[in-house]
Design a protein around this ligand. Structure first.
Ligand SMILES: *Cc1c(COP(=O)(O)O)cnc(C)c1O
Length: 708
């Protein structure tokens, strides 16, 4: 952020812009939206940039405009009320724990698009946790990395081997909602960690998400050697050595940073294995205080909780022993433990001492562990049975707390205000109350459908706008325009598939029988269109080939421009997609998707979920709130699985989904469809929201640990 000179009457705009609280409060969004609508759009909804670039006569005019001032005053007073944290759920229910900080460590955070420091679902979840913690009044403090280049921007190009071109852009720090945190002595370097022969200095940035503070580490400091200044530049680098260095900085450095800022958590949450080195540093601290190793370990355990997020083996960080020795030998020797004891901490299966598994470290050094859906709980207990060989599989101590999404962030503002008319003006404060949602049945079909159509138009306009920008910016061939979605039609049944591209998510499943798909898509009276979006990890070649495959089919004239691939999927695009599509497609392979959250965002907005029975859908599907692909019977091979699921998907489309969508009354309203939309929102919003999830985290993990 930069120093701003704002008219005195509205001089708290800077403070508001620098607290992402504004992003999930519609009235606060309106402050920036109405201040200068063009700049709001041009900045990509980034008020820090907007204020930085606003003309002084615009600001003066706002400071003299009674209706703007009305809005401004009411938003600032709501903001002050919430920041005062009186009467929040946590403070009311756990007053004795109100000052017991919970440290939450995560490799990525998706809080807002002006801060592109996330890659996908894990980051979105962490961002939603921070926001909901603020709403509920949890004393949560988050720790992560401030990556100036974040994750890459994706450009697609038919001429490329992989189709996907990765472009890294440097974030302008003074146009982002972050501020420098200095050490008590006023220095930029707040803490240090030893990395090989270097004593690396760590700087810190602060992000405010309501009451939640997020501290982001940064190694790009003058005193650091050139090769390490870039250490925190990018997220999920493929190079193993870099990754290990990053995880040392985040885990060990993160603890040191908190201590320097005089923050002393009573609960430490390791969110996914990447951040598990934080447990080692706390053991080191205990040892320095004279405790024995065994005692230190049990103290650290009793204050630690761990969430595992993936059943896919490749999703777990496993480092070769030689790298671990290179960077951590001095460290484990300083703990006074031998190599063998150290390596056992990170051992899952196979002989000890050959590799180090970060999830195993997290599992071992936590006292409570959770998976992210009921089904993932079962899979995780099976996967980690080896750590508890003496108990039955179903007794392996890993509980399940199903993920949820932050409702105020993901619900469309238009739907939010429609619901105010039916559920009460304060419905958003009670959104995890399933009783309240019964009244959704009173909403008029016509009104709900009209809001949905509006959101669909917004989605399609956004896609066209993006295509136009690309068309203007470079040498996109005319033939590529339809693949970018320029021929999409807001009257046509629209199915979206948008998430990270990974093989196990099977983005191309629907292309298994091209001729059958062509018939479905190009039906003259009841056509269907597909919108794809998603990035492949730069090192994941098989998934890049899937992008190429989808993009080439999108280019194929026989699909009449009804298949689109929208490039550079991010939170901003995701909002339009989960709010404006008709159907949300989800096709991961069995036992590979831990939970999935995009379908929750979609269902919350009445976008119907069409998914295999995996992750959260196993507990979310009730027979009337979307569709389940396949029978849930385990197939004998991946080939058979693809065949059976594709067949089930086509049949659902042909026999149920398309007829239901196109069955309309005289005003064009599909009442049967709208009934299902209401059932989706009613049953899914209260159960799969971040509020329910964080209450469970509190009651089943944070509180027991804080009490101990
Ligand atoms: C919600 C979200 C995801 C998660 O997608 P799933 O595959 O459903 O878990 C990924 N990326 C973005 C940008 C999201 O908003």
């Amino acid at each position: 952020m930069t120093d701003l000179s704002l008219p005195p009457r509205i001089d708290r705009l800077g403070e508001l812009a620098n607290n992402l609280w504004w992003s999930w409060h519609p009235q606060a969004r309106n402050v920036f939206r109405t201040l200068d609508y063009q700049l709001w759009k041009l900045s990509g909804h980034n008020p820090v940039m907007e204020l930085d670039q606003a003309r002084s006569d615009t600001l003066q005019a706002a400071a003299a405009d009674p209706s703007f001032l009305n809005l401004y005053d009411s938003v600032m007073s709501a903001f002050d009320n919430e920041m005062a944290n009186s009467g929040a759920w946590f403070t009311t229910n756990y007053p004795d724990l109100a000052h017991s900080p919970i440290a939450y460590f995560s490799m990525e955070y998706a809080i807002h698009n002006s801060l592109p420091i996330y890659a996908g679902g894990l980051g979105v979840l962490a961002g939603d946790v921070c926001k909901e913690a603020s709403d509920l009044g949890l004393p949560l403090i988050a720790v992560g990395f401030m990556y100036p280049q974040g994750y890459f921007h994706q450009h697609l190009c038919a001429g490329l081997d992989s189709c996907q071109q990765e472009v890294y852009e440097q974030l302008e720090f003074d146009q982002a909602p972050i501020s420098r945190v200095l050490s008590a002595e006023g220095r930029v370097a707040v803490a240090n960690v030893q990395l090989g022969g270097t004593n690396l200095a760590i700087g810190v940035w602060q992000v405010r998400a309501g009451r939640t503070n997020i501290y982001l580490l940064d190694t790009n400091l003058e005193e650091n050697p050139a090769e390490h200044r870039q250490l925190s530049a990018r997220l999920y680098v493929a190079d193993r050595e870099r990754r290990l260095q990053q995880e040392i900085v985040l885990g060990i450095g993160g603890v040191r940073v908190l201590r320097k800022l005089d923050i002393n958590p009573v609960v430490w949450h390791v969110n996914e294995g990447h951040t598990a080195f934080m447990t080692l540093e706390r053991i080191r601290e205990e040892l320095a205080g004279g405790t024995s190793f065994g005692e230190a370990m049990s103290r650290v355990q009793s204050a630690t909780v761990f969430t595992t997020h993936t059943p896919v083996q490749a999703g777990h960080d496993i480092f070769p022993a030689q790298l671990v020795d290179k960077y951590l030998k001095d460290y484990y020797e300083s703990l006074g433990i031998g190599r063998e004891v150290f390596f056992q901490l990170g051992q899952q299966t196979g002989p000890s001492g050959q590799s180090f598994n970060m999830s195993a470290l997290g599992m071992r050094l936590a006292s409570l562990r959770c998976a992210v859906s009921r089904l993932h709980g079962e899979v995780t207990r099976r996967m980690w049975h080896g750590l508890w060989p003496d108990v039955a599989e179903d007794q392996v101590p890993v509980i399940a707390i199903t993920n949820g999404v932050h409702v105020p962030s993901w619900i469309a503002p238009e739907l939010h205000s429609l619901l105010e008319g039916y559920l009460g003006r304060d419905w958003i404060d009670r959104h995890d109350d399933s009783h309240m949602w019964q009244r959704l049945l009173d909403v008029s079909d016509d009104e709900l459908w009209a809001v949905h159509q509006l959101l669909k138009h917004k989605l399609i306009n956004t896609i066209r706008h993006r295509a136009r920008q690309r068309w203007l910016a470079d040498s996109t061939a005319p033939a590529e325009l339809p693949a970018m979605g320029t021929l999409l039609d807001p009257e046509v049944l629209t199915i979206a598939f948008a998430r990270r591209f990974a093989e196990y998510k099977r983005p191309a499943l629907v292309f298994r029988d091209i001729e059958r798909l062509r018939r479905i898509v190009t039906d003259e009276w009841r056509p269907v269109q597909f919108v794809f979006a998603g990035k492949s990890h730069p090192a994941d070649l098989p998934s890049k080939l899937l992008i190429k495959q989808v993009y080439q089919l999108a280019l194929d004239r026989q699909f009449q421009g009804r298949i689109a691939f929208v490039e550079n999927h991010n939170m901003h695009l995701a909002r339009y997609l989960v709010q404006g599509a008709d159907v949300w497609l989800n096709t991961p392979r069995r036992a590979q998707e831990a939970c999935g959250t995009s379908g929750m965002k979609a269902s919350l907005n009445g976008v119907l979920h069409l998914s295999v029975r995996e992750g959260w859908w196993c507990e979310g599907f009730n027979g009337a709130n979307g569709w389940a692909i396949g029978s849930g019977v385990t197939p004998s091979s991946p080939e058979e699985e693809d065949e059976a699921d594709a067949e089930a998907l086509y049949r659902l489309l042909e026999e149920e989904i398309i007829p239901l969508y196109y069955s309309r009354d005289r005003n064009g309203v599909p009442h049967g469809w709208v009934r299902m939309v209401k059932e989706a929102i009613r049953s899914i919003a209260p159960a799969f929201c971040a509020r329910r999830m964080l209450k469970e985290y509190t009651e089943r993990m944070y509180r027991p640990v804080a009490k101990a």
